[in-house]
Design a protein around this ligand. Structure first.
Ligand code: ME8
Length: 519
C-alpha cells in the first residue's frame, strides 16, 4: 500500500478577489501534491476558504451584502482561479459547509471535556485585519502615534464576555514540539515562536458575543467561536473528523500544512495546543513560506497593489506562471514579481533552452529519420550526457523537491538542459546527416532519451507543457512517474511498437512583453 501524504494550504479569506499571494501558495502546494503522487504516495490535497469572522462580516456590511452572499461570490472566484491554475485539490473546503460546523463543535466539546475552556471577560486589543488578539507589549506606534499590531494593522480595544482556552497549560509540550527538528520549517521561523512561548503564554479568548457570523458555541448560542478556532479545524474536517473513519486514520496527522509566514503563530502554537487538548495528534510539519512582493512592495488587498492572477494567466499562460514562481523564488524567503522578470526567465529557460531542445530534436527525428526510432549503441559521450541528465532528474531534483527546495531542484534540472544543448552544439547532428548518418541517429536518440527524463522530472511544475512533450515523445500517461525513469526497457518497447514522431509544434513558444499602459 502506498504511503499517505496529506497536504493543506491555508484557507483564504474570501473578503475580496484572490491575489497573486494566494495563487503562489496554492501553486506551490499543487507542485508538492503532484510531486508526491509521482513519487508513488497516496496524496490528499485540501484548500478552500475561511468564511467566518469579523473581517468578513464588516466587509459584507460595507458592500451592502450579507456575509453569506459575499462568501458565496468570492469563494467562487477562488475556486475558479484554482481550477484555471490546474490545482489538483481533492477538496475545496468552505468553513460554512455543514460538516465543518459539526467538526468545529466536536473539537470544542473535546476541549471543554478536558476542562480547558472557561467563561471570563476579555479586555484587550484586537486587529480585525489579522483576526488576532495582541498583548499591549506587542503593539507598535504608527506615524500619527496610533497603536498598531506588530504586522502594522489597526487594533481596537475590545471588552466582552468570552470563553477562554487554557493555552498557558500547554507551554511545555509546545516548546518541545517547536524544538523538534522538522516540525516548523524553515528553521529561521523557529526562534520567534520559541521566544513567544518562553515569554509566557496567556489563555486565549476563543469566542465572541458582539457579532454572530461564525460557528455557534455548543450550549451557548449567544457565542460564536473565535474565527481561528473554526478555521484551523478545517484541516481535520476535510478528513472526516469527528468520525473515526478510515479516511481520518489514513490521512491524519497531516504531512504538511503549507502557510505564509504571517500566520505561523496560529499554526504552530494555537493549533497544536487545541489538538493536544482534544487528544488528536499534531501535524507532522508546518512550512511558513515567504511573501510575494510586486516589484518589492507587499501584495495585499488593503495596500491596493494587487495583480490579478487571472490577468497573468491570460497574458502568459498557467505553466509559465507556475514555473516562474517556483524557479525564481527561494522557497521560504520573500520573492519579487514583475512581468519583465517573468517573460525574461520563461523565455531564457523554457522557450530557448528546454523548449528549443525538444523542438529541434523532434523535428530532426521527424525529418531525417522519417520519425522512426531504432535500437542504437550509445558511445561514451552519449552515455556521459545520459548519466548527467538521469542524476539531475532521478536523484537531485526529487531530493530537493522532497525538502521543498524548489528553486534548487529546478536549477539542477536546468543545468541538465544546458548540458543537452552543449552536447547538440558539440555533436552537430545536422553535419552528421551527410558524413555519418548512423552517428546522427545515435545523437538524436540520445537526446530523445534525455528529453524524456527532463519532461518527466519537471511535470509537477509545468504539468500541461511537460505533458505535451511526453505526448510528442510517445510516453504513455501511465509511464510518467519518477519510478518509470529507471525503466530501461521503455525505449526498446517504443521502438518495437513502431512509434512514429510526428512533425512537432513548439510546446514552449516565446512570450511577448505586454504593452505597458501609460501611467
Ligand atoms: O490568513 N505572498 O487568509 P488570507 C504570499 N484565513 N503569500 C501570501 C500573500 C503574499 N503577498 N498574502 C497572503 C488567512 N498570503 C487565514 C488563514 S488558515 C486556517 C486561515 C498567504 O486570505 C497567507 O500567508 O489572508 C496565507 O497563508 C494565505 O495566503 C491566505 O491568506
Amino acid at each position: 500500500m502506498s504511503e499517505p501524504f496529506y497536504i493543506t494550504t491555508a484557507i483564504h479569506y474570501p473578503n475580496g478577489k484572490p491575489h497573486i499571494g494566494h495563487a503562489y501558495e496554492t501553486i506551490a502546494a499543487d507542485v508538492i501534491a503532484r510531486f508526491q503522487r509521482l513519487m508513488g504516495r497516496d496524496v490528499r490535497f485540501q484548500t478552500g476558504t475561511d468564511e467566518h469572522g469579523l473581517k468578513m462580516a464588516q466587509k459584507a456590511r460595507d458592500l451592502g451584502k450579507t456575509p453569506r452572499e459575499l462568501a458565496d461570490e468570492m469563494a467562487g472566484e477562488f475556486k475558479d482561479l484554482f481550477d484555471r491554475l490546474d490545482i489538483t485539490y481533492d477538496r475545496f473546503i468552505r468553513t460554512t459547509d455543514a460538516d465543518h460546523h459539526q467538526a468545529s463543535r466536536a473539537i470544542w466539546e473535546a476541549m471543554e471535556a478536558k476542562g480547558d475552556l472557561y467563561l471570563d471577560r476579555y479586555e484587550g486589543w484586537y486587529s480585525v485585519r489579522d483576526e488576532a488578539y495582541y498583548d499591549e507589549k506587542e503593539l507598535v506606534e504608527g506615524e500619527g502615534g496610533e497603536k498598531l499590531s506588530p504586522q502594522g494593522t489597526p487594533v481596537e480595544w475590545t471588552e466582552e464576555e468570552t470563553w477562554f482556552f487554557r493555552l498557558s497549560k500547554y507551554a511545555e509540550p509546545l516548546l518541545e514540539l517547536l524544538k523538534k527538528p522538522g516540525f516548523l520549517e524553515p528553521a529561521s521561523r523557529r526562534n520567534e515562536m520559541i521566544a513567544f512561548v518562553e515569554g509566557g503564554l496567556k489563555d486565549l479568548s476563543v469566542s465572541r458575543t458582539s457579532f454572530d457570523w461564525g460557528v455557534k458555541v455548543p450550549g451557548h448560542d449567544d457565542h460564536v467561536m473565535y474565527v481561528w478556532v473554526d478555521a484551523l479545524t478545517n484541516y481535520i474536517t476535510g478528513v472526516g473528523y469527528p468520525d473515526d473513519s478510515e479516511m481520518f486514520r489514513k490521512y491524519w496527522p497531516a504531512s504538511l500544512h503549507l502557510i505564509g509566514k504571517d500566520i505561523v503563530r496560529f499554526h504552530t502554537i494555537y493549533w497544536p495546543a487545541f489538538l493536544m487538548s482534544a487528544d488528536i495528534p499534531v501535524p507532522q510539519q508546518v512550512f511558513g513560506h515567504g511573501f510575494l512582493l510586486n516589484r518589492g512592495v507587499k501584495e495585499s488587498k488593503s495596500a491596493g497593489n494587487v495583480t490579478d492572477p487571472n490577468e497573468l494567466i491570460d497574458l502568459f499562460g498557467v505553466d509559465s506562471l507556475r514555473y516562474f514562481l517556483l524557479a525564481e523564488v527561494v522557497f521560504g524567503k520573500d520573492g519579487t514579481y514583475s512581468a519583465e522578470a517573468l517573460v525574461n526567465k520563461v523565455n531564457a529557460e523554457l522557450a530557448n533552452s528546454f523548449g528549443n531542445l525538444a523542438q529541434r530534436t523532434l523535428s530532426m527525428i521527424h525529418k531525417n529519420m522519417d520519425g522512426k526510432l531504432e535500437a542504437f549503441e550509445p558511445n561514451e559521450s552519449d552515455k556521459a550526457l545520459l548519466t548527467t541528465v538521469r542524476d539531475a532528474c532521478a536523484a537531485t531534483l526529487p531530493r530537493e523537491f522532497e525538502a521543498l527546495n524548489f528553486s534548487v531542484g529546478i536549477e539542477s534540472w536546468l543545468k541538465a538542459v544546458f548540458a543537452c544543448n552543449a552536447y547538440v552544439d558539440e555533436q552537430a547532428p545536422w553535419a552528421l546527416k551527410k558524413s555519418d548518418p548512423e552517428r546522427m541517429k545515435a545523437v538524436l536518440q540520445t537526446l530523445f532519451l534525455a528529453i524524456r527524463d527532463l519532461a518527466i522530472a519537471i511535470q509537477p511544475v509545468v504539468p500541461t507543457k511537460a505533458g505535451v512533450v511526453l505526448d510528442q515523445l510517445g510516453v504513455t500517461a501511465e509511464r510518467r512517474t519518477y519510478t518509470d525513469l529507471s525503466d530501461e526497457n521503455w525505449f526498446g518497447a517504443l521502438v518495437a511498437a513502431g512509434h512514429v514522431i510526428e512533425k512537432p509544434t513548439p510546446a514552449f513558444p516565446r512570450l511577448e512583453m505586454p504593452e505597458v499602459e501609460a501611467a
